[in-house]
Design a protein around this ligand. Structure first.
Ligand code: ZN
Length: 151
């Protein structure tokens, strides 16, 4: 039987091998670039928000390590249909999980599959890989004219 860690590992391998929503979006109304110089991960995030500030579509393109790609893929899956407010809440919850103490409890009810990335807590350098797409999301939502960097 597969343990929880094996299951989490499988989710990451799967999302790295075939990333979801991996495409350029021509009619995006928010867009941002992210770069993690420590690992070389880079991505462009595209967002389309409707009049009610709901995320109608989200996609990304880029290259990087398995963690950064899987994290971005999982993030885009989670964000579809969410409001800006809900997306901000997930950002807070995810970054909290990724930087929490090893062994502390994870709120898998609200995080869903994102909990698969909890393992990065044990590897501080990988935390930046996992949170890069989320910082890029913040940049995109606030239309900041800068590249999101995790340093
Ligand atoms: Zn990385």
């Amino acid at each position: 039987m597969l343990g929880l860690e094996d299951l989490y590992q499988e989710i990451i391998v799967d999302h790295n091998r075939s990333p979801r929503n991996f495409r350029k979006m021509d009619d995006a109304n928010h867009q941002a670039e992210g770069y993690n110089p420590l690992c070389g991960d880079q991505l462009t995030l595209y967002l389309k928000l409707d009049q009610d500030e709901r995320i109608e579509d989200v996609s990304f393109q880029g290259s990087g390590c398995a963690i950064s790609v899987a994290s971005a893929s999982l993030m885009t899956q989670m964000l579809k249909g969410k409001t800006r407010k809900e997306a901000e809440k997930l950002f807070t919850e995810f970054t909290h999980m990724a930087t929490s103490e090893v062994g502390s409890e994870i709120d898998s009810d609200s995080l869903g599959k994102l909990a698969a990335l909890a393992g990065v807590r044990e590897f501080p350098a990988r935390v930046k890989c996992a949170t890069l797409c989320w910082h890029t999301l913040e940049t995109a939502l606030h239309d900041k004219d800068e590249v999101a960097r995790t340093e």
